[in-house]
Design a protein around this ligand. Structure first.
Ligand code: NAP
Length: 489
């Protein structure tokens, strides 16, 4: 089979309708919208364009299914996730190709994301049967406390385009394990992975109405009535801080539970006592994973003066050797950005840094022609006032700033309203612990350029979010705690 035929077959295999109450159905008004390949700008296919009425129907289905779903045995909920985990692993190659076609990332990274996404299902399959409670004697000895954990209820889940599968399983896994029903809305630029996942979960035995998936091109208009409806009890959102703020306001009227996984602006701090080989490998991962389009991407690189020149030279050598191209081609590391707006944003951030005195060591411009490509770029002498020290770059640009003292490094690292992840490279164990404690972030990568792990609590502080996904606390986001006060005679 030629590669073009295989690509068409993989896209054709996905149902492009809305998935509501266990049935695939077109939008009530029959409308659709296009999904593009960001490496060619060509239309891959059309998917159903949900209206407000479709959104209401999806919420109706989730509400109707909630009571019965909450009664399903935890072991059975776990077994469904386990079967879906296996299906994701078995179908990894086709799902990875689908993801690369709609999102652009290199096929190797898409494959890694499918496995990472699957691991959330395996992890929460195990957590489903570990939901605990408690029994205690009241301090005055006259009563007893019984503590039980119950599903929050129907939940609205919204995911971004940058990790089309993993951001979904990181929410669906704990929601299924906890006994919540859901309406899931994937990003309009990358809906195909989630539509494929809905089919996998249905095949794995998820009852009708537990997961409902809607795709729409007029997102705010469709989602706001659902959020304000009052029947959904939880909103779990991953996306930008600006949209997250808006959604928090919408949730306020009904005092909905919220989980917010928002933007980042990760500092990557390298001290002179660090293992330089490890730091270079780490920064390549933290910067270039997902073409720099990750909330965890190293956005600012602070290097201590004594090693700054060698670090820059080695980083330039690695970055300038990266192959750019369509994510389906072998050996490509720098795929396209998601759209032309992303290329414009990266371009304007780099221009701003240059005007403020930054030097371009390699790359530094967008690529003409079809597809949304930007060169792998290293900037030196980036001043702290540059816009890219304060805004998410979301592209393959590595800005280096030199520092002298530990205090200066920590002050620069914390000089942001975000607080998702910070990276720290040092060979001194005292400094490692001292600086880890001082960094204002929900996660610290200590001599490691990758923090994401389904078994660990992922999340941010400050404007990077509220709540944690993954780890043993991940399921808590979908559980309420109820306490029964027992009078004893
Ligand atoms: P985004 O523009 O905020 O969109 C995220 C999701 O929200 C999409 O599904 C989008 O739908 C939807 N949305 C947009 N406006 C909405 C509204 N008014 N009401 C309800 N939903 C709305 O973010 P993005 O550009 O897709 O993703 C990149 C951002 O996500 C970055 O800031 C990144 O740091 C963050 N992120 C955070 C994490 C984390 O775990 N902390 C992980 C990944 C990404 P449409 O696609 O239809 O617009």
């Amino acid at each position: 089979m030629s590669s073009a035929t295989r690509e068409a077959t993989v896209v054709d295999s996905v149902n492009k309708d809305l998935f509501i109450g266990g049935k695939w159905q077109s939008a009530k008004d029959g409308k659709t919208f296009p999904v593009h390949d960001p490496s060619t700008e060509e239309v891959l296919c059309e998917v159903a364009d949900a209206s407000v009425a479709d959104g209401t129907a999806a919420l109706d289905a989730a509400v109707a299914a909630q009571d019965d779903w909450a009664k399903v045995a935890p072991r059975e909920r776990g077994e469904i996730l386990r079967r879906a985990y296996q299906a994701l692993v078995d179908r990894k190659d086709d799902l990875a190709l689908l993801m690369t076609l709609e999102m652009g990332k290199p096929i190797v990274e898409s494959s890694a994301e499918i496995l990472y996404a699957a691991e959330f299902f395996r992890w929460f399959a195990e957590e489903a049967v570990r939901i605990d409670g408690g029994y205690a004697v009241a301090p005055n000895g006259s009563g007893r406390f019984l503590v039980m954990r119950q599903p929050v209820g129907p939940s609205i889940l919204i995911t971004p385009w940058n990790f089309p599968m993993a951001m979904g399983t990181r929410k669906i896994g704990p929601a299924v394990a906890a006994g919540c029903t859901m309406v899931m809305k994937p990003a309009s630029q990358t809906p195909l992975s989630m539509l494929a996942l809905a089919g996998i979960l249905a095949d794995a035995g998820l009852p009708d109405g537990v997961l409902n998936v809607i795709t729409t091109s007029h997102t705010g208009q469709v989602m706001e009535p659902m959020i304000r409806d009052g029947r959904a009890r939880k909103l779990s959102f991953t996306g930008s801080t600006d949209v997250g703020r808006k959604l928090l306001e919408q949730c306020a009227d009904n005092v909905m539970r919220t989980s917010m996984e928002l933007g980042g602006n990760a500092p990557f701090v390298v001290f002179e006592d660090a293992d330089l080989d490890a730091a270079i490998d780490g920064v390549m991962t933290a910067k270039m994973r997902n073409i720099g389009e990750a909330c965890t991407a190293a956005n600012r690189i602070y290097v201590q003066r004594g090693i700054a020149e060698e670090f820059s030279n080695r980083l330039v050598e690695r970055m300038s050797a990266l192959r750019m191209g369509r994510g389906t081609e072998e050996g490509v590391v720098v795929g396209p950005l998601i759209d032309s707006a992303a290329v414009e944003k990266v371009t304007s951030l780099v221009e701003d840094a240059k005007q403020r005195g930054a030097k371009v060591l390699t790359g530094g411009s967008a690529v003409d022609g079809a597809g949304h490509f930007y060169q792998a770029t290293v900037l030196a002498d980036v001043p702290q006032e540059a816009r890219l020290a304060h805004e998410e770059i979301f592209g393959p640009v590595a800005p280096i700033t030199v520092f002298d003292t530990e205090d200066e490094a920590v002050a620069n690292a914390n000089d942001t309203e975000f607080g998702l992840v910070s990276y720290l490279y040092t060979g001194d164990v005292n400094r490692a612990l001292r600086v880890s404690e001082r960094l204002e972030a929900g996660m610290v990568g200590l001599n490691q350029g990758l923090v994401s792990n389904p078994a660990a609590p992922f999340g941010g502080i400050k404007h990077s979010g509220v709540g944690r996904e993954g780890g043993s606390v991940g399921i808590d986001e979908f559980l309420e705690t109820k306490y029964v006060a027992i009078g004893l005679r």
